[in-house]
Write a protein that binds this ligand. Structure first.
Ligand SMILES: C[S@@+](CC[C@H](N)C(=O)[O-])C[C@H]1O[C@@H](n2cnc3c(N)ncnc32)[C@H](O)[C@@H]1O
Length: 367
């Protein structure tokens, strides 16, 4: 059973399970947060303090954006009812005002706690489905016009209503207008619980391809046919395969060759070289890096990429020795911003002891 802390307005954050303590520490570092605690696997609550009361929610969303959070449910309200139809009615009553008059696509995510661990068949999934039906029936009646604008899976929702079942009879409800991030997506993100649904790829040479897929979903921008991508630290080829699948021509740089089918691909140019010194000739659309190296070396790469290579988009993994190196992440973001990039760092569901740095040279180019 999950109990929300009382007192100040409560915000919920999801994260990759086992990283709850890191997220709590990040939240406690923020001046707007007076308390933070782990509620369950992948779920953390923060109390937003008195100093922050009255601040517009979009300003708070920009401030409360820790890199270890996958999703945010701002200002949750708790509702309770024994029957699912009554619960649906109470949730709809909370949502009625925030969605009133919305004239662009918006979305509703009904979530259950075990989903946060990536469980595809979590307990209470059926309850959540029934609750969503009850909300659809009620909200579809009392906010007919707004309900017609609900678009399941819309990437950049004008409003995001989120309902997290805490148990069979209680739900936490949140609804805000998400803010645009510097790199293209929104905060909160348009993905349920912040989890990307990545299709299986049985032919992928490594499961690490999922990390790049999550970054592309966060950017809401994918390589286009004929664009030029540089993939450093490319072996065995998981990321190169994603870039190729989207139609990019790839310069793959590694000390070791890629799997055979990628080595034979005429649109993959393999360079047996050092990722930190190899220089591309001509303009680059995408620079992606999954090189295993100390943060100091990755900072050097970020500096060179931002100021010399100047790709339109970059996705660069920063791997940590033991503890996350928050200072190195902040320094990388500062370097990218100083070079005129929109930048964001995120610890994605598929990230291990590492952080994904994303950069967009012309933020308006992000779809
Ligand atoms: C985590 S793996 C990359 C996996 C790849 N993204 C995929 O999806 O298949 C890291 C790679 O970085 C390469 N690497 C490490 N240091 C390097 C360097 N200085 N120059 C080039 N490649 C390097 C390693 O050889 C290794 O293949």
């Amino acid at each position: 059973m999950i109990s929300l802390p009382g007192g100040a307005p409560c915000w919920l954050f999801t994260c990759r399970h086992t990283y709850e303590d890191v997220l709590v520490a990040q939240l406690l570092d923020l001046p707007e947060v007076t308390g933070a605690t782990r509620l369950s696997d992948g779920l953390v609550a923060a109390l937003v303090g008195e100093g922050a009361e009255g601040a517009p929610v979009d300003a708070l969303l920009r401030a409360l954006d820790p890199t270890y959070a996958l999703q945010v449910l701002p200002n949750v309200r708790e509702v309770e009812a024994a029957g699912v139809n009554t619960l649906g009615k109470l949730v709809s009553d909370v949502l009625a005002d925030p969605v009133d008059g919305v004239s662009a696509p918006w979305d509703l995510h009904v979530l259950v706690p075990a989903q946060l661990k990536g469980n595809p068949r979590p307990p209470m999934a059926r309850r959540a489905m029934l609750l969503e039906q009850a909300i659809a029936a009620r909200l579809g009646k009392i906010r007919k016009r707004a309900w017609r604008q609900r678009e399941e899976g819309c990437g950049k929702p004008a409003r995001l209503a989120q309902v997290l079942l805490l148990d069979h009879e209680r739900a936490a409800v949140s609804c805000v207008a998400p803010v645009a991030t510097e790199v293209g997506g929104t905060w909160p993100v348009g993905l349920p619980a912040g989890h990307a649904e990545i299709p299986r790829d049985d032919g992928a040479p490594a499961s690490s391809f999922r990390k790049l897929e999550e970054a592309l979903l966060c950017l809401r921008r994918w390589p286009q046919q004929g664009e030029r991508a540089v993939d450093v630290g490319a072996c065995p080829g998981g990321w190169t395969r994603v870039l190729r699948r989207n139609g990019a021509n790839v310069d793959a740089v590694d000390r070791q060759p890629l799997v055979q089918h990628l080595m034979r691909d005429r649109r993959v140019h393999f360079h047996k070289a050092d990722a930190f010194t190899w220089e591309p000739e001509g303009p680059v659309d995408w620079w992606v890096s999954d090189v295993i190296a100390f943060p100091e070396r990755i900072l050097g790469m970020v500096e060179r990429v931002a100021n010399e290579v100047r790709p339109r988009f970059a996705v660069i993994q920063m791997k940590f020795r033991r503890e996350p190196d928050h200072d190195a992440v902040a320094q990388a973001l500062a370097t990218l911003r100083a070079a005129g990039y929109g930048a964001r760092a995120r610890h994605f569901f598929n990230d291990k002891n590492e952080m994904t740095l994303m950069a967009v040279r012309d933020p308006d180019a992000a779809a």
